[in-house]
Design a protein around this ligand. Sequence first.
Ligand SMILES: Cc1ncc(COP(=O)(O)O)c(C=O)c1O
Length: 388
Amino acid sequence: MTLSYPYVKSTFTQHELGLVTELMERENMTLGFSHSALCTEEIARRLGLTQPPQRVFLTPSCTSALEVAALLSGVGPGDEVILPSYTFSSTATAFALRGATLVFVDSQPGSFNIDPQAVRDAVTPATRVIIAMHYCGVSCDMDSLSAIARDCGAMLIEDAAQAYGATAQGQAVGTRGDVATFSFHHTKNLSCGEGGALVVNNPDLCDRAAILLEKGTNRSQFFQGLVDKYSWVDLGTSGVISEIAAAVLLGQLQRADEINGARIAGWNAYHAAFAPLEADGVIAARPHVPEGCAHNGHIYFILLPDPALRPGVIAELSRRGISAPFHYVPLHDTVAGRRFGRVSGQMVEANRAGSCLLRLPLWPGVADHVPEIVAEVTAAIEITKAVA
Ligand SMILES: Cc1ncc(COP(=O)(O)O)c(C=O)c1O
């Protein structure tokens, strides 16, 4: 059956189409203004970065940006990387690829962001990297994480895959870590199908980042006139995106306020509608956004009161034309997580989110449909409870 309420909807308009068409009509798409350069300038402007645009690099995905972040960190066998268990595989696999040991820690209740106290408890003399993943575009507690990273001499990396446009205490998310990574995958607020960005906030890492992303060559120095030819100088990968993807992304970046604003309207409508259902115990919890954080409306989730209800509720909603997916299987509880990592502390919140969390359709325009969706969610929960 066709879902009336899919989880994700594209937001492309004539604006993105116009940018791509103009590019296609060029005799040579690398001549004329560069969409990639305009994207990096726009991201730097949006994040409030004052240093040269060289700090922002477009990448084929957030995963590839994380892989370059892992290379920049220099971790290898014997080194430990502390990260939330409740995250996507890419946060972890980038560092497992380098042979580092992953140390999974729990999340905070309500936001499901990494718990700073659990991070502090997990630090050992082998700790080299701490990863903050901003779940749902809500900032982690970066003051605490920065202090811990400083105390133990670890690099702080922000997996901001979901967080473009979010702020904390007025500062853009993605500007506090040594490096930060963003995703422009089609499930994200802004998309070019597959795409990402690496933001390098630690100036000592900028030059190497450019080399790693350009197949290990000093090509970018060549284009700046700093060397007379470019050649292979370091490890590297193909970390750039096509001009076609950049043209689409430019259109989306230029419409970021419109898209994020419409998503936030949907988020707010859900939050108001679920308040009485939380009070009545129909659902166990709604998201918590800490004081001072402005999220970007990336995900609206609820927690069901009993994990046993979730498969039935998902199936019942699907029958009613509503896609309401669960989210991560906590990494400590996966085949690869057990192979490449170890657990530090309890996993109460990661397990809770892993078993009770349900995401609801969220896209520009959903706000008008929220009363109907929430009524269907309520009915699906009641029916599932009745047959349980
Ligand atoms: C937290 C997190 N990190 C990384 C990624 C990977 O992003 P991409 O698909 O752009 O590689 C995702 C994708 O959903 C994500 O949610």
